[in-house]
Design a binder for this molecule. Structure first.
Ligand SMILES: CC(=O)N[C@H]1[C@@H](OP(=O)(O)OP(=O)(O)OC[C@H]2O[C@@H](n3ccc(=O)[nH]c3=O)[C@H](O)[C@@H]2O)O[C@H](CO)[C@@H](O)[C@@H]1O[C@H](C)C(=O)N[C@@H](C)C(=O)N[C@H](CCC(=O)N[C@@H](CCC[C@@H](N)C(=O)O)C(=O)O)C(=O)O
Ligand SMILES: Nc1ncnc2c1ncn2[C@@H]1O[C@H](COP(=O)(O)OP(=O)(O)OP(=O)(O)O)[C@@H](O)[C@H]1O
Ligand SMILES: C[C@@H](N)C(=O)N[C@H](C)C(=O)O
Length: 432
């Protein structure tokens, strides 16, 4: 079946579903293969549960005209998304970067939705499956889309750009994330730079954080028809200044027509650049300063990314969606600067760091112990293997740490909980 033919089915049934556990009536089911299942085997169930059609790539499962047989379901999903994007005459803002993609995407969406009917990536659905699903959610009424693109190896951003065809783009930053798949920091630059390459080739607009030496270096070899720079230096089109972080960031920003201040609901100095990026994009899309500030101040994270919660015993900064050497160091510096009598760090292993795993874990241990924190707890085998200093607690896994904290409760403290998703540090929250 050709993509234009399949597109007619999509236009009649625009609700795409890939999971029979969450199937909706009249959806178009795509049978994907994953690490655990081959969803061709679930196609019948999808139809029984109310899907209008099931796209499959194994002829053995085709039982009626309700099964649409294609060569490869995943690649068909991607091609359908690209075809749909090409029918839409709207701007698409593509975002990638090592850290802060989801937060920046949410901020941009909060800002731009003050003026436009927007559609943004849900949560973190940013990969070769999530990006097509995001695009296929764009209905006729949407005026502008914000698409987050994630990657852990080369050519992934190139593929995602070829699907969502961004007209505007922003790389949040270059950091030590997914070093394993990218092959080191130069590999990160190359992989993330695929967004710049696409925008250069397609006359797109690029938003650049001028405070990042790595991003500035990446600009040297490229030319863009439109470049908007933001940062702390007055030479930028949008200049920002951090006014306070206690615990939420307050920012002053200046552009050629004036200076404004905004109070955010975000903690973490690293969020300064995320906010400034969203302001720069808001200005480029002709929002008023009042609309921009409303978008920034309305956004409150509810996604375990630097989320502050007051429990009965403590104030907790829950930051256990992910961790890598760059974001870990910034999170430690951030809590060190916040005001609190007692500060406790609970740090979990960082994944996908590659050959520098031992060194990077040791760096984090040294960094954390250089500050006079009340207590520092390290969880995971990488931390344990890197060192076991006497002035800190080391646990092999989260269950072991849980058993300890059950008996030695943390009280009246500001607690940072940060680690890679796979460490499942959220288990500890009920004890904090
Ligand atoms: C393929 C898929 O969508 N899997 C989801 C599924 O996993 P599960 O283990 O149950 O099954 P399989 O993957 O083996 O199944 C194949 C299909 O079978 C369906 N199915 C299964 C059982 C059943 O009873 N009925 C069924 O229909 C199933 O739905 C599959 O379609 O369910 C899990 C739980 O909900 C999902 O977590 C899993 O989703 C996978 C991980 C996925 O890739 N989802 C994307 C939509 C997505 O964008 N996920 C993001 C995470 C993105 C991410 O990690 N980004 C990285 C960078 C990108 C790296 C990239 N190279 C990569 O590897 O992804 C980043 O750092 O930001 C998210 O979930 O947040
Ligand atoms: N600009 C930034 N620089 C460094 N670290 C950051 C920055 N922004 C956020 N972080 C850190 O990364 C964590 C996750 O933020 P966010 O989800 O926005 O990033 P992400 O790049 O989308 O990651 P993921 O793709 O895993 O969701 C934050 O809680 C914070 O610790
Ligand atoms: C969950 C995934 N998006 C991610 O960020 N993985 C890294 C390795 C992490 O969990 O720290």
């Amino acid at each position: 079946m050709s993509i234009p033919e399949l597109y007619q089915y999509y236009l009649s049934f625009p609700n795409i579903c890939t999971d029979t556990r969450k199937i909706e009536r009249n959806s178009l089911f795509f049978a994907l293969r994953g690490e655990n299942f081959d969803a061709n085997a679930f196609a019948e169930q999808a139809l029984e549960k109310g899907a209008a059609y099931a796209v499959i790539d194994n002829p053995d499962f085709k039982k009626s005209e309700k099964y649409l047989l294609v060569e490869d379901s995943l690649s068909t999903l991607q091609q359908l998304a690209r075809y749909h994007r090409q029918q839409l005459k709207i701007p698409v803002i593509g975002l990638t970067g090592s850290n802060g993609k989801t937060t920046t995407k949410e901020l941009i969406n909060s800002v731009l939705s003050q003026k436009f009917k927007t559609l943004a990536t849900k949560g973190n659905l940013n990969n070769h499956i999530g990006v097509p699903l995001t695009l296929l959610e764009i209905g006729n009424d949407v005026e502008l889309a914000i698409v987050e693109m994630g990657a852990n190896h080369q050519k992934e951003i190139e593929l995602l750009c070829s699907i969502c065809e961004p007209t505007h783009g922003l790389i949040t930053n270059i950091g030590k994330a997914h070093l394993e798949g990218f092959g080191g920091i130069e590999g990160v630059k190359q992989g993330k730079g695929e967004l710049y390459d696409f925008l250069q080739a397609h006359q797109g607009t690029v938003f650049v954080n001028d405070d990042s030496p790595a991003l500035n270096e990446m600009l040297k070899t490229r030319n863009f028809v439109k470049l908007v720079k933001y940062g702390t230096d007055a030479s930028n089109q949008v200049m920002g200044e951090l006014l306070s972080n206690e615990p939420y960031l307050k920012i002053r920003w200046t552009y050629p027509r004036g200076t404004f201040e905004v109070q955010s609901q975000l903690t973490g100095i690293y969020n300064f650049e995320n906010i400034l990026g969203a302001i720069a994009i808001g200005l480029d899309f002709d929002l008023s300063p009042a609309q921009i500030n409303a978008g920034i101040s309305n956004y409150a994270p509810k996604n375990n990314r630097s989320q502050i919660s007051k429990t009965e015993k403590n104030t907790v900064i829950g930051d256990y969606y992910n961790a890598n050497p760059s974001s870990m160091v910034l999170a430690i510096d951030n809590i060190a600067q916040l005001k609190a009598t007692k500060k406790v760090l609970i740090l979990g292993d960082m994944f996908e760091v590659g050959e520098s795993t031992a060194q990077e874990h040791l760096n984090v241990i040294r960094k954390a112990l250089a500050y006079p924190f009340t207590q520092v707890i390290f969880i995971g085998k990488h931390f344990k293997e890197a060192s076991s200093q006497v002035n800190a607690l080391f646990f092999t896994d989260t269950d072991e740490a849980y058993n300890h904290l059950k008996h030695q409760r943390i009280e009246d403290s500001l607690v940072l909980v940060k680690g890679s998703r796979g460490m499942r540090l959220e288990k500890l929250m009920e004890l904090l």
